[in-house]
Design a protein around this ligand. Structure first.
Ligand SMILES: NC(=O)c1ccc[n+]([C@@H]2O[C@H](COP(=O)([O-])OP(=O)(O)OC[C@H]3O[C@@H](n4cnc5c(N)ncnc54)[C@H](OP(=O)(O)O)[C@@H]3O)[C@@H](O)[C@H]2O)c1
Length: 343
């Protein structure tokens, strides 16, 4: 079975990973590549990482008609622009995985708080499913519109949800100190991302409240039933890709936490819980669809959890394909790398 796929935003960092991974997928095939400012160009002239037939495809414009044969559309576009393309694709009867933030929230009001704009298609909220596969796979499997989770929320929610469900974490004092490589900010030109600004430097950004804080709080509650308050501080690092979130937690029965995570994720192909006391690194997940989790117990009622993902794979394109596999009743692991490119 080969399912023709459209990738909108194919010239961005998340889109480029989709192009590469879909081309290697046994059941999906790239049928349409959409771009914006780069429309009309040869794909290979804008995406240095691809070769062969794919490189000779012409990039279609954002408003170009998606071929009838296409059954699945990935939208890897900036928020707000994504919602418009999602609406068009759904109207054509396509299934959609949206990598933007446009359908990650449970109501247009929360979206407006987090993103500061009115949602262009609030009528579509009801049909969107949050695609954190490990916790929502049954809903994803029957959905036509999946909102792929944000990269920071993915790295934070995966270790936290089982502990919240077990009611062993103090919900008011959750600190998430996170680091991302520069690809997390996308490919468009920004002064902050110039080599001389980034190199030999680490800096915090997004304060007082980064947009992903809303998503973290909303889905921590949505998926565990526990309302939390999170203090989230992201940092940008001089590396291309990779994301590390350090969760500073306090609570009860900390000696049980490792066992609770082990129980939840024992059978999950893309979560690797390290032995108690060992901590993961971004190098250990680069190029893979894995989330690696480590716990260090600090003492009476206190622990630190470190969670690592590749922001462009488990944090974007890989998780999007994991969702798409479920939507088309394929094995969830199909076409997804479990192993990292190391060193
Ligand atoms: N980067 C990450 O780590 C990451 C992780 C998770 C989720 N996401 C989300 O995924 C989406 C894409 O992120 P990215 O980092 O890949 O961004 P990016 O590198 O800036 O790429 C943006 C893509 O969207 C196209 N585009 C820009 N403005 C457009 C418009 N008004 N209408 C239609 N297309 C437009 C661009 O086309 P041209 O190149 O032709 O202008 C490009 O293909 C964003 O919503 C982002 O929040 C990103």
């Amino acid at each position: 079975m080969t399912i023709p796929v459209a990738i909108l935003g194919a010239t961005g960092y998340a889109g480029a990973e989709l192009v590469r991974m879909i081309d290697g997928h046994p059941n999906f095939a790239v049928a349409h590549l959409g771009a914006h400012t780069q429309a009309g160009k040869r794909a290979g002239s804008v995406l240095p990482g691809i070769a062969g037939q794919l490189a000779n495809m012409t990039l279609a414009g954002a408003d170009a008609i998606i071929p009838d044969a296409v059954a699945l559309v990935f939208t890897a576009l900036p928020h707000a622009a994504a919602a418009k393309s999602v609406a068009k694709a759904l109207a054509l009867g396509k299934k959609v995985v949206d990598l933007s933030a446009d359908f990650r929230h449970q109501s247009p009001a929360i979206y407006q708080q987090a993103y500061g704009i009115e949602h262009p298609h609030p009528e579509l909220f009801k049909q969107a499913v949050y695609g954190l596969c490990e916790h929502t796979r049954d809903k994803v499997a029957i959905s036509s519109l999946v909102a792929n989770p944000g990269c920071y929320p993915t790295s934070m929610l995966l270790p936290l949800i089982p502990l919240l469900k077990a009611d062993v974490v103090h919900k008011e004092s959750i600190i998430v100190d996170a680091k991302s490589g520069a690809s997390g900010a996308g490919r468009s030109a920004k002064t902050d991302l110039l080599y001389c600004e980034l190199n030999e430097s680490v800096k915090a950004y997004g304060l007082p409240r980064h947009r992903h804080a809303w998503e973290m709080e909303e889905w921590a509650e949505g998926l565990s039933g526990a309302a939390i308050r999170v203090r989230f501080v992201p940092h940008i690092l001089p590396m291309g890709r990779g994301m590390l979130s350090t969760l500073h937690l306090s609570g009860s029965e900390v000696e049980r936490w490792h066992g609770l995570l082990e129980q939840s994720y024992r059978h999950e192909p893309f979560i690797r819980l390290l032995p108690l006391g060992e901590l993961p690194s971004t190098a250990g997940v680069r190029g893979s669809n894995r989330c690696d989790i480590g716990i260090s117990l600090l003492g009476e009622g206190e622990a630190v959890i470190v969670s690592c993902i590749d922001n462009l794979i488990k944090g974007a394109a890989g998780q999007a394909i994991q969702n798409a596999n479920l939507m088309f009743s394929l094995n969830e692991e199909t076409g997804l790398p479990k192993h990292a490119t190391w060193p």
